[in-house]
Design a protein around this ligand. Structure first.
Ligand SMILES: Nc1ncnc2c1ncn2[C@@H]1O[C@H](COP(=O)(O)OP(=O)(O)OP(=O)(O)O)[C@@H](O)[C@H]1O
Ligand SMILES: Nc1ncnc2c1ncn2[C@@H]1O[C@H](COP(=O)(O)OP(=O)(O)OP(=O)(O)O)[C@@H](O)[C@H]1O
Lengths: 221, 221
């Protein structure tokens, strides 16, 4: 049972607070808006109406003893930076702060945030990669140029088994899951494929590999 | 070279517009705010100041001929729903709309959005899963209960090779990447491991599996 504080109950903050509370942890939420506090009071351990840029408000919730404090203030960059700075000076073990712009993210790192989260940027990157390619349905960057993508199965793979295709050796990619339809019921299902799995025409596959290796498979379609 | 329109140039919309333009596609951006239009005018093909809830504004940019239209209006739910409805009536091939709440997402689907994106919710889910567990660093839900997580390597795995551990057969999970340090330079690097890879103590691994199988590995730490 961990102790969390969430500062700012906008769309992002309220979902983080509620999610942690539902996992059975203690969650103290703070927001300047009385309406936001009332809306979330039954989804957290305690919801407090107050201005987190004031050191006495942070002290009153025992922010420096928490396992993690999440600063989820988006539009008001000054408040977000000030709150992060106060938490860092107060010796907070782990500070996760949400950034709205590149500049905001750099300031948060400089002032002591241990982790910076960027909801809009992450989702924009995922969307752009899947919109700009006819075969990619979803995309998650792992590190450097290693990617995790959901893509349609090239026609050349249909009717062949994973063992026959030997994708790890030939293309240096790993198929980790296949989204297919059940032969009897026709319902959609996801399987972790073995070497004997044979691709169907409408299948999509979740594949991990480097960008230049995945592009070779995209080009087959 | 695809044709895109992006309606609404907030944090999310402006990043999607810029990302698609940088990939070499045509991007028409629309926003009611003159400031947002000026800020983005050099990052898209054309930026137009106008109210997208007016049918003549959508007609003037040829929205129904576009490959995809992205409705990136967040706070103003009525405008987002109205614009999505007008695009759907106009026969738009693909509409991707951003939702702020569960109710908003359901209305967008009912009114004709082909894909609904939820930046705050997706990122909140990822953050909650990694904060609530001592061994998980990052988490991406794939489908149903199939997950893709970055987790610390349990002490029992250190000094053993992937082939020896035989994780696919014993735990039904697939290790797709390992984040480690280079023996000579000490620099961080990510590798797609072969069966001969031997785990080091500080390694973290990206693993795909069902939630209940991954929890068995979490419990080893
Ligand atoms: N100094 C402060 N102390 C406490 N709460 C604050 C403070 N400043 C802003 N907030 C609260 O933080 C919440 C989220 O902030 P904001 O509106 O800046 O972000 P947002 O980008 O709209 O968030 P989201 O995208 O998550 O909806 C709001 O509910 C706001 O009342
Ligand atoms: N009817 C409309 N026509 C065109 N643009 C609009 C309309 N209504 C709102 N917008 C624009 O959409 C943009 C984003 O909208 P909004 O402020 O509602 O979302 P947001 O949640 O703050 O976005 P983000 O989180 O991406 O910053 C704003 O720049 C706003 O001017």
């Amino acid at each position: 049972r961990l102790q969390f504080a969430v500062i700012g109950l906008g769309r992002f903050g309220s979902r983080v607070a509620e999610g942690l509370y539902q996992q059975g942890h203690d969650v103290i939420a703070v927001d300047v808006s009385r309406e936001a506090v009332e809306e979330n009071s039954d989804r957290v351990t305690a919801a407090i109406c107050g201005d987190a840029t004031r050191p006495d408000v942070l002290a009153s919730i025992g922010a420096s003893e928490m396992d993690t404090v999440i600063v989820a203030i988006g539009d008001d960059i000054e408040a977000s930076v000030l709150v992060t700075g106060l938490l860092s000076q107060g010796g907070c073990k782990k500070i996760v702060a949400r950034a709205s712009t590149d500049l905001h993210a750099r300031i948060l790192e400089m002032i002591g945030a241990h982790e910076v989260i960027y909801p809009e940027r992450e989702m924009a990157i995922r969307l752009v990669r899947s919109l700009a390619s006819p075969t990619i349905r979803d995309y998650v960057p792992i590190e450097e140029d290693l990617e995790f993508v959901q893509m349609t199965v090239p026609p050349a793979f249909v009717g062949k088994s994973l063992g026959q295709l030997d994708l790890r050796r030939k293309y240096n990619v790993t198929v980790v899951a296949v989204h297919t339809t059940d032969a009897e019921s026709g319902a959609a299902k996801t399987v972790v494929p073995t070497a004997e799995y044979v691709f169907l025409a409408q299948d999509t596959m979740w594949v991990v590999g480097h960008r230049h290796d995945l592009e070779k498979i995209e080009a087959l379609s």
